[in-house]
Design a binder for this molecule. Sequence first.
Ligand code: PMP
Length: 426
Amino acid sequence: MSLLDRHRAVMPGWMPVYYGDDALEIVSGSGRRVTDARGRSYLDFFGGVLTNMIGYDIAEVSDAVRRQIDTGVAHTSTLYLIRQQIELAEKIARVSGIPDARVFFTNSGSEANESALLFACNVRRSNQILAIKNGYHGRTFATMAITGHRSWSSSSLTPLTVNWLSSADRLRGRMAGLSDGDLLDAAVDDLREVLATVTAGDVAALIAEPIQGVGGFVHGPDGLLGAYRKVLAEHGILLIADEVQTGWGRTGEHFWGYQAHGVTPDLITFAKGIGNGFALGGVVGRAEVMNAVPAISFSTFGGNPVSAAAGNAVLDYVLDHDLQGNAKRVGEILLGGLRSLPATILAEVRGRGLMIGLEFVRPGTTEPDPATTVRVFDLCREGGLLVGKGGLYGNVLRLGPALTLTEEEAREGLAILTDSIATADA
Ligand code: PMP
């Protein structure tokens, strides 16, 4: 029985696996490359959904983790002091941009958002949340409720009352030709309209991804969250930035996605890249919000010593090697190269730094073309490049390579993408 058949026999049927009958088993990795069970090597432009943030087999991370394992202690409950965890919290608080910040560690992005919602709802004594259509925040009950697309949100049973804002790209699509300023006005009008339908004072928080990840790397104009914030502040509504994909310099221009918006959130959630593969997530936020939970709340594994050791090494690596600067530099090569492609099937190349989305349509129309998207996706793999898929209509390819990507690797990936798109466009 093949590994895929064994997967199908034992895993629930809804679990997505890329490449269908030709599913990939990655057995090793080095730098920005992975090798599959058949010995084929691929340049990885997706990093396990932006999780492999600084590359594979990075000595600083492996050594830090090994040192922790060598102590004989892989896990101590958070009921005891964990040096690695406290050090990491101090660093994250320092880079968060939030004065007097507190940090709570979890094992995943879903748990991070679940916790942020818990803190916000407690301090505001409300279970009403504002969320943005086409957003993705996780797969627990509360995070599914605020995930704005049916095929990802799997349940309509929810502990929250959710009010939806239009995503900026939908507003842009609906009102073609809008300037960024007009778009900001339209988005703020949309927020005011939604608040007029609820008892605004009862809303706990707005949660938003500075750039929508699973939604297809969609972002509104700079300043959007800041413009929302002015209205939210009139009602005491908190702002939660979900930086699970956008944090740690990935967008090149800024360390956090929120910094493009002229606003500091009350809470920031993080996960994925900070562990570079080890399970690590969390919330960093204003002390008065973080402290609002009335009863003791903890996480057995959140910020365990092994994951925290990885997190410390990863964050040091990002800062010491100016990976934000590299993401900007190398991202511009990719963005520039992709934007100059003549393809009729490629409607838009968008993104920031090393977070780049390619949107595919039927030639000469604005009609999403998921079939062509899958074709390019498969051709990339045949050519030796792993990329991701996404978007509300499944017609976006997502590039999120490690922030250590070199210029040569960017050009190599660009050549494979160029050939794959040209073949699909023929
Ligand atoms: N928020 C965002 C923006 C995400 O992209 C994801 C994962 N794709 C999550 C939250 C949930 O993270 P996890 O899968 O680690 O629970």
